[in-house]
Design a protein around this ligand. Structure first.
Ligand SMILES: C[S@@+](CC[C@H](N)C(=O)[O-])C[C@H]1O[C@@H](n2cnc3c(N)ncnc32)[C@H](O)[C@@H]1O
Length: 280
């Protein structure tokens, strides 16, 4: 009897760990665990994902480049950029002549991103920071993207609000929502399609379309409501804001310094701006 109870207990524990660490990737245990898991798996990430270059261009690169083609030198923010998938796809599009900022909370994923995007280094900046506090002014970017990541953030609604805040009116939002067999094991982090459409309607967005994309993800496109304004490439110091006090930043040799509170955010040797080093 005792052995049976022990075996059942171990099976339950195994299932619980599988749910929390493999399916939910640590999201119910907090951002430190999510980040730890991505730091561990960063080198293997692209081998596991096996992105299909043609499909990536067809579903992401081409439509996004088209959506931006009337904007001279567009500025794009890719939140939870991981190993730099979206930057690579977009920078390979000949019609895209803009710049991209990629942000992620896993430093190791960013290390991989830097390595895998080296050929585009002069058109890319990477930031180590949490998506819940995007260190930018309101209404800044011509496009904001966040792929396969909302469900791994502690509060997808709050992150969506941040994505929309930094998008300029008339700018394009591209986000994914987790669907497929595992979505039911991600309560409050993955949404049935109609609920996700309703969620998008809570924000000042127009023309929201949610389309089937992959087995595990729907892809949503929307435009921020309001009179189109702003946008285009600007120096980082002009758009970066201190996530602690909201102050403007001054560029120094190897750091950004907040004019308001004096906090210093280092620029690492690989070029990544380490905001999270100060704010964690
Ligand atoms: C499945 S990967 C997706 C990466 C990339 N967007 C792609 O499509 O390949 C999820 C990414 O979200 C990042 N992430 C998770 N929580 C985050 C947070 N709170 N802030 C910023 N990035 C986060 C992880 O570090 C990881 O790189």
């Amino acid at each position: 009897m005792g052995w049976i109870a022990l075996a059942l207990g171990l099976i339950l524990l195994g299932l619980l760990l599988y749910w929390q660490l493999v399916i939910a990737e640590g999201v119910y245990l907090g951002p430190h665990i999510v980040t730890l898991l991505y730091n561990w798996s960063a080198r293997a990430y692209e081998r596991i994902k096996q992105f299909d270059a043609g499909a990536e261009q067809w579903f992401l690169g081409l439509p996004l480049a088209r959506a931006l083609e009337l904007i001279p030198a567009p500025l794009v923010l890719d939140v939870a950029t991981g190993t730099g998938r979206l930057p690579r796809v977009l920078l390979h599009q000949p019609s895209f002549d803009g710049r991209i900022i990629g942000l992620d909370l896993s430093r190791r994923m960013l290390q991989e991103a830097v390595r895998r995007t080296a050929q585009f280094a002069d058109r890319l900046t990477f930031l180590w920071q949490d998506a819940r506090a995007l260190p930018f002014d309101d209404d800044t970017f011509d496009a904001v993207t966040c792929l396969e990541a909302l469900e791994f953030t502690p509060d997808p609604r709050a992150v969506l609000a941040e994505l929309v805040r930094v998008l300029r009116p008339g700018g394009v939002l591209v986000v994914t929502n987790r669907v497929g067999p595992d979505a039911k094991f991600l309560p409050r982090h993955a949404f049935p399609r109609d609920e996700f459409e309703r969620l998008l309607r809570e924000f000042p967005l127009e023309d929201a379309k949610v389309q089937t994309w992959q087995v595990d993800y729907d892809l949503a496109w929307a435009v921020k409501a309001g009179e189109p304004q702003g946008g285009g490439i600007r120096p980082l110091a002009a758009i970066l804001r201190c996530p602690t006090c909201g102050g403007q930043m001054n560029r120094e040799a190897q750091a950004f310094r907040c004019i308001g509170c004096g906090r210093v955010y280092p620029i690492a040797e690989d070029g990544v701006i380490e905001i999270a080093k100060e704010t964690r």
